[in-house]
Design a binder for this molecule. Structure first.
Ligand code: PEP
Ligand code: MN
Length: 344
């Protein structure tokens, strides 16, 4: 059950709701959004239904939600959400198409700046770059850690665009959040519930990648863990799933975009780099993402992919900038969207 407080509800009204839930042996999770406060109830829904929350002062609406995820469901919140990133408030939502791009991993200050400049030239308004790399092999480059976060923050100041970076451990969330504008939870951590709860307490938007073997419902329940802790600024990212097909690194589940949009009000973006795993597929998959209604894409770029410490074969480079810019400026307007820019 979800209780929506009215615009004029006071702290005392909210406490009375929370108290009534506690008296019934339940737990209340309060999410304070910009325009409204929502209370998610955990416990016996049948009992809650008898408690007449509607009659309490300050309560605008009581909703019984039938899906196992509630705060992120469209049943609860029919209009689509726009998430704003960084000081320049770059939007990710239904009116826009947002290009996030940059290196897979932060390697050096020069490489990260050069990759960010390629991204910016292609029309990106958020820069990606991993400092903590969750690698399948323990012998692969694991990222620069805090030194990488410093490089990324410096590049943000130089190019004037917000940055997103991955956090892999719950105990690092505070540190990573102090450097970045948006937190990334990767496919391998989609069901790391301690991490989800910690990013749910952070005051930064979160991009949640779909687990490579997770259903859409499991993905939305993972998002619910973040929302339940009070952070409703969540962007979902479809990054390909495991199938029998081995021509590509993963199989981009393009239908996940409209399915997730029909079930959740959260923005959905696509990662054409990690799904295909091949440079030649990035632009075709980007066009597919735009056509299917994605709210953006996140793309690997590198000034010298042949020297990349991570995922070089899927990185776009200098030769691809003009075509990528063409795709993201020409196609979204055909579907009534504009490319997200710093001026929005
Ligand atoms: C990444 O974006 O750098 C990454 C590791 O992606 P994924 O979690 O989708 O594999
Ligand atoms: Mn990668």
């Amino acid at each position: 059950m979800v209780i929506v407080m009215s615009d004029v509800a006071t702290d005392a009204h909210l406490s009375a709701v929370v108290q009534r839930v506690a008296d019934a042996g339940g737990e209340a999770f309060v999410s304070r959004g910009v325009s409204r406060t929502i209370v998610g109830l955990v416990g016996d829904d049948e009992l809650f239904a008898t408690l007449n929350f509607e009659a309490l002062p300050g309560v605008a609406q009581v909703m019984r939600i039938t899906t196992p995820y509630k705060l992120v469901s469209r049943q609860h919140h029919p209009q689509m959400t726009t998430v704003y990133v960084g000081k320049s408030k770059i939007p990710i939502g239904p009116e826009f198409f947002t290009l996030i791009a940059g290196p897979c991993a932060v390697e050096t200050p020069e490489q990260t700046l050069a990759a960010a400049q390629l991204a910016q030239a292609a029309g990106a308004t958020i820069i990606r770059g991993g400092a903590y790399k969750p690698r399948t092999s323990p012998y692969a480059f694991q990222g620069l850690g805090e030194a990488g976060l410093k490089i990324l923050a410096d590049v943000r100041d130089k190019v004037g665009l917000p940055v997103i970076t991955e956090v892999v451990d719950a105990s690092d969330v505070e540190l990573v959040a102090s450097y970045t504008d948006m937190l990334q939870v990767g496919t391998r951590n989609m069901q790391n519930f301690a991490l989800l709860q910690e990013v749910g307490r952070a005051k930064k938007p979160v991009m949640l990648k779909r687990g490579m073997s997770s259903s859409i419902e499991e993905w939305l329940m993972a998002a619910e863990y973040i929302a339940q802790r009070g952070n409703l600024d969540i962007v979902l990212c479809e990054r390909g799933i495991r199938t029998f097909e081995d021509a590509t690194r993963n199989t981009l589940d393009i239908s996940a975009v409209p399915v997730a949009h029909s079930l959740s009000h959260l923005p959905v973006i696509v990662d054409p780099s990690h799904s295909g795993g091949r440079r030649d597929l990035v632009l075709p998959l980007t066009r597919a993402a735009i056509a299917v209604g994605a709210d953006g894409v996140i793309i690997d770029m590198h000034p010298q992919p042949e020297k990349a410490l991570c995922d070089g074969p899927q990185a776009l480079t200098h030769q691809d900038v003009d075509e990528l810019r063409d795709v993201v400026t020409k196609f979204p307007p055909l579907l009534g969207r504009k490319l997200a820019s710093v001026a929005n």
